[in-house]
Design a protein around this ligand. Sequence first.
Ligand SMILES: *[C@@H]1O[C@H](CO)[C@@H](O)[C@H](O)[C@H]1NC(C)=O
Ligand SMILES: *[C@@H]1O[C@H](CO)[C@@H](O)[C@H](O)[C@H]1NC(C)=O
Ligand SMILES: *[C@@H]1O[C@H](CO)[C@@H](O)[C@H](O)[C@H]1NC(C)=O
Ligand SMILES: *[C@@H]1O[C@H](CO)[C@@H](O)[C@H](O)[C@H]1NC(C)=O
Length: 313
Amino acid sequence: MATLSILWVIGAYVLTFSKLADCATWAEWWTYDRTSLSGPENWGKVNAEWSICLKGNKQSPINIRTKDLLYDPNLRRFHVSRHRVNASMQNNGHFVHITIDSSSKHLVNISGGPLQYHYHVSDIVIHFGETNSEGSEHSIDGRFHSGEIQIIGWNSDIYSNATEALGSSNGLAVIALLMKVAEPINIEFDVISNFFSRVKYKGQKEHIRGLSIAELLPASSEFMTYEGSLTYPGCQETVTWIIPNQPFHVSQKDLDFLRELKIGTSDKVIQPMVNNIRPVNPLNHRTVRTNINFRNVSSGCTMEATTFYEVNF
Ligand SMILES: *[C@@H]1O[C@H](CO)[C@@H](O)[C@H](O)[C@H]1NC(C)=O
Ligand SMILES: *[C@@H]1O[C@H](CO)[C@@H](O)[C@H](O)[C@H]1NC(C)=O
Ligand SMILES: *[C@@H]1O[C@H](CO)[C@@H](O)[C@H](O)[C@H]1NC(C)=O
Ligand SMILES: *[C@@H]1O[C@H](CO)[C@@H](O)[C@H](O)[C@H]1NC(C)=O
């Protein structure tokens, strides 16, 4: 009997340890594989800290129906400061993750538009598809672009660091740039794309000097905005999304470089990173606002006639 209870105690310890080990790897564990237990449908089921991925009613990405856009005359232009920053690019096994050096001389702010505060840009995330007709997380009238770059800033007026902002109201602002193969290409992205081959495998990291985030933005000052969440775990519903009303142009070569990336380390048999996209979530009565004043268009009153989007098929 005594032996049995000692064994039982040892068993309990082993269990505790393996649970701890699991916790340590949570950040690694999830995938974009829709057929897998680790896929988007299950992010909120397996880890209690991510339950909002499943239960949340303000989740992202969404499909934007252009006929439901609401013109808001109070929306101003949004601004991204033009300073160049140093950064590092990493393959984290999920997406291309660019982290802005917090020691850079000048930090880049996002402000204006729908935002009441200044947001320090801290991270850039790149999603992309296997073919040119998939790869963006947000869709427009049910159609997808070839990729999506998300420029993430945290509210530095109210909060003291990104971690605190992430879980707090009005914590984050994310600019989503939808990618399209077209001329003229975005030069800044073309420069960044030279680094993709150096982060082909998970864990690889490369420094980027003198990155201009403002140069990534399309020339148009028109945008759409809504309240949502991060599109990866923990799916915190603290994000004001800003989606410029013009895709950003890349070359086929830039996209092909991205498609070489793998989700594993170099010593394993590994899958490509392509289609690292969370499926769209229901809008749930949220409003998507825009500063595009459709009433000014002389050609008629339909919104379709005025949108700049040409989505890949
Ligand atoms: C980037 O790093 C280099 C040194 O590695 C430094 O000389 C330069 O001032 C940094 N640039 C910014 C914008 O911080
Ligand atoms: C960025 O925002 C902070 C407030 O969080 C402000 O103090 C600073 O002046 C802003 N910098 C620029 C370049 O706009
Ligand atoms: C972020 O700020 C909070 C609140 O000020 C603090 O408790 C926490 O330690 C900070 N975290 C980091 C990573 O600096
Ligand atoms: C759009 O129409 C509003 C009035 O409806 C007017 O005040 C504004 O100047 C117009 N904008 C342009 C660019 O024509």
